[in-house]
Design a binder for this molecule. Structure first.
Ligand code: PGA
Ligand code: ZN
Length: 410
């Protein structure tokens, strides 16, 4: 059981303060986790810090730290119940979602060390264990990069033809590297600038961006949609103009109403054979999501800001038929137990799970285990940057467990 806990303020990959927590099991097994943070944040996400102050989260944690002593570290529900007895808000605004995240994951991390098993096995996953396809952010803009970059937040590579995880990672690295060359060939002054998640951030518009990535895929010798597929995170809530009911592609000087946005997203799905389309409409528009989901059955039409890793939101989406895919970000939900409940709701309703990093990250790699444990079809965790590669390398280490068989095609 948990014998000690300790919290501290550290820094994430953007240089912002965040909460890290150590949990000690049986006086000697130290688990540690650090809360990530988003830039394009869904309205209904857990609130990372009370009053947006990391110091207040640490103070709230310290005040209540003793309540976690004696709990079973391997039981996410025990940590959840205790968190809930302290924080009765529905978005963890009393203790902070960062505390819920770091404490709940550090607890299972320490349990995994105490029991000497890989963390994913502790989360009672559905067998057989499979590797998720890595969704790599290749080129982007939006909230993750500066002016002049595309309004679309992320153009992603998904190595659908890969037979194993190492091959899948190599394919993503190759496309990422080739994309830089394609950008250079059309912009001799390209500075190699990259956004928060390591994706290239060139001065191009949405259409040029997609053409560049498609060309890079072909230059690598891959057949689009067969060996290597493309996905998009529109993160469209970040350019939805609620007052005027339009999607404002400010960098390109284009406004699209809801019908035009559905048309635009569908055209991209068709032209680029997208396997994946995340938040193509704003977070409140379940009806339009349902239209897109129905129309594009070969594509995972995925809710991120729309679902905020919330089981209740999944039930709402199911009533509309709004999503075929769901992003799982533990820190949107708060604690690991909240996220597990969300994953169960998705699986029950045949919605594919995509476990995801945040744009502000640490070098932790727990999400690689969470992706396997939840039977995720994909893991979205970038391509370059030490904090992204940390998660990818953990997947490589996990190939040493013969328990995991091949890629998750289901
Ligand atoms: P965020 O972006 O971590 O900045 O919210 C990631 C995403 O929108 O998927
Ligand atoms: Zn997103």
């Amino acid at each position: 059981s948990i014998t000690a806990v300790r919290g501290r303020i550290v820094f994430n990959s953007r240089g912002s303060k965040t909460i890290e927590i150590d949990v000690v099991t049986d006086n000697k097994f130290i688990g540690r986790a650090c809360a990530p943070s988003g830039a394009s944040v869904g309205r209904l996400e857990a609130q990372s810090f009370p009053e947006n102050k990391p110091e207040k989260a640490l103070a709230a944690f310290n005040t209540n730290a003793k309540k976690f002593i004696g709990l079973q570290a391997e039981n996410p529900q025990a940590v959840f119940d205790t968190l809930r007895s302290i924080d009765k808000t529905d978005n963890y605004s009393t203790i902070g979602g960062s505390v819920a995240y770091a404490l709940s994951i550090a607890a299972v991390d320490s349990a995994a060390r105490a029991l000497n098993v890989p963390l994913f096995k502790l989360l009672k996953p559905a067998k057989p264990y499979k590797f998720p396809f890595p969704l790599g952010n290749i080129l982007g803009g939006g909230a993750h990069a500066g002016p002049g970059t595309p309004d679309i937040q992320e153009i992603l590579a998904c190595p659908v033809g890969a037979k194993g995880i190492v091959e899948a990672l190599e394919m993503n690295f190759k496309v990422h590297a080739e994309t830089r060359k394609v950008i250079e060939s059309i912009d001799r002054r390209f500075t190699y600038g990259r956004g928060d998640e390591g994706a290239w951030a060139p001065n191009v518009n949405n259409d040029q961006a997609l053409e560049i990535v498609e060309k890079a895929v072909r230059n690598c010798g891959y057949t689009l949609g067969k060996d290597m597929a493309i996905g998009i995170d529109f993160a469209s809530s970040s350019f939805w103009d609620e007052k005027n009911n339009v999607y404002n592609y400010a960098r390109q000087g284009i406004k699209r109403d809801t019908g035009e946005q559905i048309e635009f997203a569908s055209r991209l799905v068709r032209d680029y054979k997208l396997v994946y389309a995340e938040d193509p409409v704003h977070e409140g528009d379940f009806e339009s999501m349902a239209v897109l989901t129905k129309k594009n059955q070969k594509t995972l039409v995925t809710g991120d800001d729309m679902l905020v890793t919330n089981a209740g939101k999944v039930r709402e989406a199911v009533r509309y038929g709004a999503c075929s895919g769901a992003i799982l970000k533990v820190n949107q939900a708060g604690s690991l137990y909240d996220a597990i409940k969300f994953a169960e709701e998705c699986s029950k309703n045949n919605i594919r799970i995509i476990t995801s990093h945040r744009s502000g990250e640490s070098v932790d790699s727990h999400i690689s285990h969470i992706a396997i444990a939840t039977g995720s079809r994909m893991i979205k965790t970038g391509v370059l940057g030490g904090e992204r590669v940390a998660k990818l390398n953990e997947l490589v280490r996990l190939t040493e467990y013969d328990l995991i068989e091949g890629m998750n095609n289901t």
